[in-house]
Design a binder for this molecule. Structure first.
Ligand code: ZN
Length: 483
């Protein structure tokens, strides 16, 4: 979704000074435009509106923290009022943040119940707004399909993809990616919309800032040799793919052929990025991987900082909380579950939504000088929580995969907790690598996971891709969070 502009008829309002519209007395009027752009600009062209939006995003990223907080709370208030007033599901849930005189009180935000994915899967029909003004953009239905998760059926309105395109373009500007040049996307398309072989699909304007740029698309289930030949014909300098699939392409091509593709940037979508993917993209393609953290329910959540390599939160589109098991805010360096509120999905609002990810909170401020809050690392799915016989719990993290590589050299791996005291390390061996040290691996497992654990290494030829097309690095068969 991040690379599609579905909403051709989105109209945009401009509102100065944040979203909720009410300025505090005496406060200097700020020329901050967000997507709620003033009606005065309605008659102007989309390109001009988008240009203004990018300018606004450029201002937002440097706002002093208190202004940034106030700006975002304005967006939150606008969404929350809409949800409470129009959607019965949210009426009581959102009660805590409305004080005497119907005043919005953000300090009581943590009292809103967290909506987990399982509850959302059951309630998405009731979470939908019955109707929306046209200015929110065309409303589309989206179905997610997964083998490991309950499917979600929800709606999104056009502003979500417009905000996503804004964040994508902002990411490009940060990293010096020229949005006038071509982008090839290899991803899982819906079954009824698979691009034809061998040429795939071709469109224009993957970024609104480059309406004439070429955008090519191919399904990731196409035979690998055809994918490579297609990339060789298209010669796009940019590729968008899941990091595991980008690695699979690189390995299939081999170093010489991979490098000859002339890729400069690989946008990593849909999966957690582990450090190894960056290295493979650099070593084999000679390209730089740029991480995007997004989901279909909400759009863009975080984009990679060019200086620190961490994720800056897309504050104009998403409010992020990283929470400990007791619901309190995780501190810098702590890992917790991600709770997100999508600020532009008015069709099916997701408010305090635990989308099923685990992330590590970062310590600010960022060395790049941007004031946007940070996530240090998105680590994986909550349902991959490893639980041991004595009740100890942990989430396996990217650092584990790097450390394990010193014992067993792999191209790709999967760490599966098969039982309370058994972890299976499934891996595709790295050719011509050092001999595996299985004893070292076992002792690592006892040291870093749990003293009771027996890690068993299992070499495999490949990992089957499920219906989502995503590769999961960490799987727990004992987690209570399995759906
Ligand atoms: Zn930064």
């Amino acid at each position: 979704m991040p690379f599609e502009m579905r909403s051709k008829r989105v109209r945009v309002h401009i509102l100065r000074d944040g979203a909720a519209g009410k300025r505090r007395r005496g406060e200097r009027r700020r020329a901050l435009a967000c997507l709620w752009i003033k009606t005065a600009f309605r008659s102007r062209g989309m390109d001009e509106v988008f240009d203004r939006y990018l300018t606004a995003l450029g201002q937002i990223e440097k706002l002093p923290a208190p202004h940034l907080v106030r700006y975002q709370q304005g967006l939150v208030e606008r969404l929350v009022r809409h949800a409470r007033d129009n959607i019965a599901f949210y009426r009581d849930r959102l009660g805590p943040v409305f004080g005497p005189g119907d005043r919005f009180d953000f300090s009581r935000w943590p009292e809103i119940p967290v909506l987990d994915r399982r509850a959302a899967a059951q309630a998405t029909q009731q979470m939908r707004a019955p109707h929306l003004p046209e200015s929110y953009g065309d409303v589309h239905e989206i179905s997610t399909s997964g083998t490991a998760e309950l499917p979600l059926r929800f709606t999104v309105n056009g502003l979500v993809s417009l905000a996503a395109n804004g964040a994508l373009t902002q990411l490009c500007r940060w990293h010096g990616v020229d949005t006038a040049r071509a982008l090839a996307t290899i991803k899982l398309y819906p079954d009824d919309d698979v691009p034809p072989l061998p040429d795939g699909i071709q469109m224009k304007g993957w970024s609104r800032a480059g309406p004439e740029s070429d955008a090519y698309g191919l399904d990731m289930r196409a035979p690998m040799e055809q994918q490579l030949a297609w990339l060789e014909r298209r010669r796009a300098p940019f590729l968008a793919a899941t990091p595991s699939h980008a690695m699979a392409i690189a390995f299939a091509a081999g170093e010489h052929r991979a490098r000859a593709l002339g890729l400069e940037f690989v946008f990593s979508i849909a999966e957690t990025v582990l450090p190894r993917a960056r290295q493979v993209v650099k070593d084999l393609f000679g390209a730089k991987l740029l991480a995007i953290y997004s989901c279909q329910e909400i759009g863009f959540i975080g984009i990679e900082c060019p200086v620190s390599g961490q994720y800056h939160i897309v504050v104009d589109n998403a409010l992020i909380e990283i929470l400990r098991p007791d619901g309190s805010q995780a501190g810098p360096g702590e890992t917790g579950r991600v709770v997100v509120t999508g600020l532009y999905n008015y069709a099916t609002p997701f408010i305090r939504y635990a989308l099923g990810d685990v992330a590590t909170a970062a310590a600010g401020p960022c060395a790049c000088g941007r004031t946007l809050p940070l996530i240090a690392q998105v680590e994986g799915r909550t349902r991959a929580e490893f639980i041991f016989r004595d009740g100890t719990r942990m989430w396996p993290r990217g650092i584990h995969s790097d450390e394990i590589r010193t014992y067993v050299a792999y191209r790709e791996f999967q760490l599966v907790q098969a039982d309370y005291d058994v972890i299976e390390f499934r891996y595709i061996p790295q050719p011509n690598a050092h001999a595996p040290d299985f004893d070292g691996l076992k002792s690592y497992g006892r040291r870093r996971f749990h003293p009771s654990v027996d890690i068993r290494a299992l070499a495999v030829a490949e990992f089957p891709r499920g219906r989502t097309g995503k590769h999961e690095h960490f799987i727990s068969l004992v987690s209570e969070d399995r759906h």
